[in-house]
Design a protein around this ligand. Structure first.
Ligand SMILES: *Cc1c(COP(=O)(O)O)cnc(C)c1O
Length: 227
């Protein structure tokens, strides 16, 4: 075992101690080699997040089969077919067109795909996702009823990339607020709509305070990424 492997295993152990029970740690392994993932796996980590389809598809066959892969990046429609059946969850559904395609490709493959709806609350222009009002409207109009092979498990989001912790907290509260508004509407008849994925290396404790059930942590486990 290398020093690097030991360091990764220690970081996983520390995070498992610090993150409250009931909150899932998704270890974001994008841009890091399979060996790093194996070290985290040896420390008991089963959920890993990847943001590029080709990278996920390259790593999946060479790593243990009980790993649960979460796709967390912007998913291009021309890559959906390759990804279906390979993930435990697609966290980053950022358009209705993408959702429809995930559903039809899942039906074609004979599987049910678990997804989260990405909510856009951060200040950055470049971030993908539904605006809160758009997502509320999607549910209010019961447009999810046309899905046959997709299970919407909750929402995912990111806070603004800023040192202003009040702003970060407000962003997480907004994401959780959208989730609660949908989840509280019993007339929708949603089942298993119970996940809020938010919080990264720099801000996950605030996300947990605001109600996160999944935190996505990369660099504080694996170190900086080499893009
Ligand atoms: C890269 C990434 C993360 C992890 O970020 P870190 O700051 O390295 O913890 C979390 N979520 C998404 C969507 C990402 O792309």
């Amino acid at each position: 075992m290398t020093e690097r492997d030991k360091h990764i295993m220690e970081r996983i152990a520390e995070l498992r101690r610090d993150i409250p029970g009931g909150v899932t740690l998704c270890a974001v392994s994008k841009f890091h080699p399979a060996d790093d993932i194996r070290a985290a796996y040896e420390a008991g980590q089963l959920c890993f997040g990847e943001s590029r389809v080709q990278e996920l598809l390259a790593k999946e066959p060479v790593l243990p089969a009980d790993i649960r892969w979460h796709f967390i990046g912007h998913l291009q429609t021309n890559k959906v077919r390759q990804l279906i059946g390979r993930t435990a969850m697609i966290e980053s559904v950022d358009s209705e067109r993408l959702l429809s395609l995930i559903d039809s490709e899942s039906a074609r493959a004979g599987v049910t795909t678990r997804v989260l709806m990405q909510v856009h609350v951060a200040r950055e222009e470049t971030k993908f996702g539904f605006y809160p009002e758009e997502l509320l409207e999607y549910f209010r109009e019961r447009r999810f009823e046309s899905l046959t092979n997709t299970h919407i498990c909750g929402v995912m989001g990111m806070a603004s990339n800023t040192d202003d912790t009040a702003r970060v907290r407000a962003d997480f509260a907004a994401i959780a607020g959208v989730f609660r508004e949908i989840a509280a509407d019993a007339s929708l008849g949603l089942r298993g709509f119970d996940q809020i994925s938010m919080g990264m290396s720099g801000d996950w404790p605030i996300a947990v305070e605001e109600g996160a059930t999944i935190v996505r942590i990369g660099s504080s486990i694996f170190g900086p990424r080499q893009y």
